[in-house]
Write a protein that binds this ligand. Structure first.
Ligand code: ADP
Ligand code: MG
Length: 195
């Protein structure tokens, strides 16, 4: 693939939209030199969110493992908090809460294009867990939630933004959320200067 053609998907989640962070997030992406080639606000259905997130056991287990690693770091017992220390079971619970969270308000969906767009946007976004996200990242600067608090309330971690993690996720999400005619190509003024 032509390196400048790499595409990734961003969703500003309902907490990001309701907190008025759309402009800030768009601005950070644009300033990095990444190009927004599609953008729309939608109120997703449960079916859409279910189709957006992976369903494979590997992804579900990884979500559970990430959750348990945070429990471990802060000295909480997953069995006490969640009734289990089975990564797959925890992952499944989280996936259900995520669907409620992502449908609790509108989301802003975007396609972002540029060199290493997937990794660059993940870097702008920061760690999944706001408490672990570096300052200077979107999650680190604007969110404070933690899986421990979220799981107690049986809800998704409010971390403002979603971004595709790898090429396969990006490709799936691109085809899932956008049709080809919704994606627009154009030159940015600095294209010739920056790379
Ligand atoms: P990321 O969004 O950084 O790619 P994941 O793909 O691992 O993270 O998880 C998807 C989303 O699920 C996270 O952004 C977060 O909103 C939510 N989430 C992850 N773990 C938990 C958890 N233990 N409790 C509640 N929500 C969670
Ligand atoms: Mg993810």
């Amino acid at each position: 693939m032509e390196p400048k053609e790499e595409k990734t998907i961003v969703l500003i989640k309902p907490d990001g939209v309701k907190r008025g962070l759309v402009g800030e997030i768009v601005s950070r992406i644009e300033k990095r030199g990444l190009k927004i080639i599609a953008l729309e606000m939608v109120w997703a259905t449960k079916e859409q969110v279910d189709g957006h997130y992976p369903k494979d056991v590997k992804w579900i287990k990884r979500v559970g493992e990430k959750t348990m690693a945070t429990y471990d770091k802060y000295g909480f017992d997953p069995v006490e908090e969640l009734g289990t220390d089975d990564a797959e079971e925890i992952g499944k619970k989280v996936r259900g809460w995520l669907i409620d969270y992502l449908t609790s308000g509108p989301v802003v969906k975007m396609v972002i294009k540029g060199i290493h767009a997937i990794d660059m946007v993940r870097k702008l976004v920061g760690n999944t867990v706001p408490a672990l996200a570096e300052m200077g990242t979107i999650r680190g600067d604007f969110s404070v939630d933690s899986p421990i608090a979220a799981n107690k309330g049986k809800r998704g971690i409010h971390n403002i933004i979603h971004a595709s993690e790898n090429f396969d996720e990006a490709e799936h999400e691109l085809n899932f959320w956008f049709s080809p005619e919704e994606i627009h190509d154009y030159d940015r003024a600095e294209d010739d200067i920056m790379f």
